[in-house]
Design a protein around this ligand. Sequence first.
Ligand code: SDX
Length: 425
Amino acid sequence: MIGSIKLIYGEKEYLLPLVEGSEGEKAIDISKLRQETGLITLDTGYANTGSCASSITFMDGEKGVLRYRGIPVEQLAEKSTFKETAYLLINGKLPKQKELTDFSILLNDNSLVHEDMRAFYENYPRSSHPMGILSSMVNALRSFYPALDDLEEEINMTVTRLLSKVRTLAAMSYKISRGHKVVYPRPDLTYCANFLNMMFDSPVQPYEIDPDVVKALNVFWILHADHEQNCSTTAVRVVGSARVNLYAAISAGIAALWGPLHGGANQAVIEMLTDIADNKNMKRVIERAKDKNDPFRLMGFGHRVYKTFDPRMKIMKNMCDTLLEKSKFSDPLLEIAIELEQIALNDDYFIEHNLYPNVDFYSGIVLRAIGIPTNMFTVMFAIGRLPGWIAQWKESIDDPNWKLCRPRQIYTGPNDTRYVSIEER
Ligand code: SDX
């Protein structure tokens, strides 16, 4: 505690403790507010409310800073791999060589899914969205892998199974939706290369693993790996607070991420850019985004926390150039995205509202260059965010103050009324 803040309410004065984080952020601790004053706070959308203390990820929205366990995301994107970054987020430190080797072996040994799960996929309508399938399949893992008696082993095995099988589950939904042969994980491939091979290998056209594409996927997933208390992470923490198994909590996180205001924005950006390409209506799109009476939002722009450039966006944008240069194919949507960004960044509305491109604005272009179909874009976000969800869930269950998440409300409905029989209505 670093002091207190005085609350004067009625005839009484109350002192509320002030707490400070390791980066100087300050908060009023209101954990005893109702008990002492009878008051609660109201903060629809939680824009001003801290749900927890966390040592995993630090963001500075004004300066465009993002660090995982203190390490700037730019350094991890340049020097680390997604597997190593996942280990860092979940275990709180970078692995030594033996730890990383053991982690790789565990991930490989748990990369298959139960063969009976294929029946679920084969009975989904072919047009099903892969996020709905992934959320269900992750939840179904508990049925195939029941809880182990030893709690520590249960947690470690569940974490490993999730990190490894999420790739297999995602690639299976892609292959089966197209009526293609399912490709199994291979012990000789790295985490990201294995996923690409499961997605794109075929008996008649073996997939050629391109190191530059593998590097791009590592960076893509590192950039998505965690982001403090975003909507889907909050869903994982809230659902996990009921002490349900981790598969169910992650399934809830996947469902939250699916929304177009959150992870679903990467697919919505490409749909928006395609609409502009087809209808040459960029001016109209900008006007709609600025129209208070129009619920349309410029997809890939704006952020609850970043009020300047999203540091992930800059890296993603550079990756577009590298990948497209290498694949020798130009993506017309990239030109449109660059033009749209320039217009928005010079428009008073976006300047006054502090609206900048976020991680989703260019991520779809990177995924298109890798060959990922648009309806799998948010699945790619989910695979990247999984280590962050797991790390946040583990931090919550290890917190001695961990309790069921159950907010209060301000009631605005009718006062005490009586039941009216149907004859009198
Ligand atoms: C992600 O939280 C995270 O960390 C999320 C994420 C992560 O890694 O987990 O970073 C991933 O979800 C990124 C965001 C992806 N979503 C989009 O790109 C969808 C488009 N963006 C907007 O819907 C919006 O910017 C949000 C939802 C992202 C954030 O909006 P807020 O903080 O809830 O703010 P708001 O909707 O109340 O808007 C404030 C003002 C409004 O105008 P006024 O009524 O005050 O005049 O800004 C305007 C809004 O109309 N505004 C936009 C806009 N975003 C906000 N206007 C046009 N286009 C936009 N994109």
